[in-house]
Ligand binder design. Structure first.
Ligand code: SF4
Length: 111
């Protein structure tokens, strides 16, 4: 466990400031997924949402919603979607509005 985690727990601080610049280690971390519009069908989208351990994926009508604030970048959805998605090239997330972390993708006709 990193030392800053212990220090934060002792002081009651549960988060840190956003880093001033890119952290080199971040390039090696897994990143949340990104999907192409219209290429994932409703059936597959439901299976992906069911497989997501953190409920970051939700099917709403003809859209697949991805909440980046919930995603742990586990990659289970990408295992199901095969070549219909990929990991984001950049994992940096910072916002004051949690709703802006929700991305919607149009579902296609495929299964
Ligand atoms: S990477 Fe994991 S946590 Fe993120 S949306 Fe996919 S299944 Fe859910």
């Amino acid at each position: 466990m990193a030392l800053w985690t212990l220090r934060g727990a002792r002081r009651g601080i549960v988060t840190t400031r956003f880093p001033r610049g890119p952290e080199p280690e971040a390039a090696a971390w897994p990143t949340p997924p990104h999907f192409r519009d219209d290429e994932i069908g409703p059936e597959l989208a439901l299976r992906m949402a069911e497989a997501c351990p953190s409920s970051a994926l939700e099917v709403a009508g003809s859209q697949l919603l991805l909440d980046l604030g919930r995603c742990t970048a586990c990659g289970r959805c990408l295992e199901l979607a095969h070549r219909l998605g990929h990991r984001r090239p950049n994992a940096l997330l910072a916002t004051r509005r949690a709703g802006s972390l929700v991305i919607s993708y149009r579902l296609g006709d495929a299964k």
